[in-house]
Design a protein around this ligand. Structure first.
Ligand SMILES: [Zn+2]
Length: 158
């Protein structure tokens, strides 16, 4: 669904204010707001009909490829106890969460979505993936990431 017309004024310029997966998981319900007249309306989009494009830092656009996610995570999880089934599931979850973001996402968003899931799966793989994928602009970013990781792994004390 590329051009959505506002039911009130017919404008095709709108912004998505909320996206939710339907209960059967097969479609996405989006609340939209027309940029011309501020009318709010809802659209339903079938997941498999939605193109998912990844925008790289260079500006180049590529179709989302779950195999690339799997390759990247597999490289980061070398010698770690992560199964192929876990890799597959991670890629599916990342793809689903990216579809909820809209038809186009940045490679950084994909990387962060992978990290979110790796954090729960395996901390060593998470840190490896973070260091190569996250494109840290500043060494402090990596440190902040380590601190965040330490916080989540700290045993809970009562
Ligand atoms: Zn309108």
């Amino acid at each position: 669904m590329l051009a959505v017309r506002c039911p009130a004024c017919g404008s095709v310029d709108d912004k998505v204010v909320d996206s939710r997966q339907s209960e059967d998981g097969a479609s996405i319900r989006r609340r939209r707001q027309c940029l011309a007249c501020a009318q709010r309306f809802t659209t339903f989009e079938r997941l498999e009909e939605l193109p998912l494009v990844v925008r790289k830092r260079s500006g180049e656009r590529m179709p989302f490829d779950p195999a690339k996610v799997i390759d990247g995570v597999r490289a980061a999880s070398k010698y770690r106890p992560i199964t192929d089934a876990q890799l597959d599931r991670l890629a599916v979850e990342v793809e689903e969460s990216m579809r909820l973001e809209g038809g186009e996402v940045s490679s950084q968003q994909v990387g962060l979505a992978v990290l979110e899931r790796l954090r729960e799966l395996d901390h060593v793989a998470y840190l490896r993936f973070a260091s190569v994928y996250k494109d840290f602009d500043d060494p402090a970013d990596f440190e902040r990431e380590l601190v965040a990781l330490t916080k989540t792994t700290e045993p809970k004390r009562r």
